[in-house]
Design a protein around this ligand. Structure first.
Ligand code: SF4
Length: 64
């Protein structure tokens, strides 16, 4: 499973990073960084929570 970020939609509010800090990180430059792109195991459910919680629908999961 792969997580995708639409950076044009992201507002860097860090909700995804709070839910899944091993996958998402908002750095001091104010931008969101993806720490892992290809997900497995528990990371998939953490990323799914982040996808559902993102207020700007900037995240999506893709089953390649
Ligand atoms: S929750 Fe959405 S808007 Fe907020 S930092 Fe993550 S991707 Fe960006």
């Amino acid at each position: 499973m792969r997580v995708l970020v639409n950076f044009e939609r992201c507002r860097s509010n860090g909700i995804c990073a709070d839910l899944a800090p091993e996958i998402f990180e908002v750095r001091s430059d104010g931008y969101l960084y993806l720490l892992k792109e290809d997900l497995s195991g528990n990371d998939i459910s953490l990323a799914a929570d982040a996808v559902n919680s993102c207020p700007t629908q900037a995240l999506s999961l893709l089953d390649p």
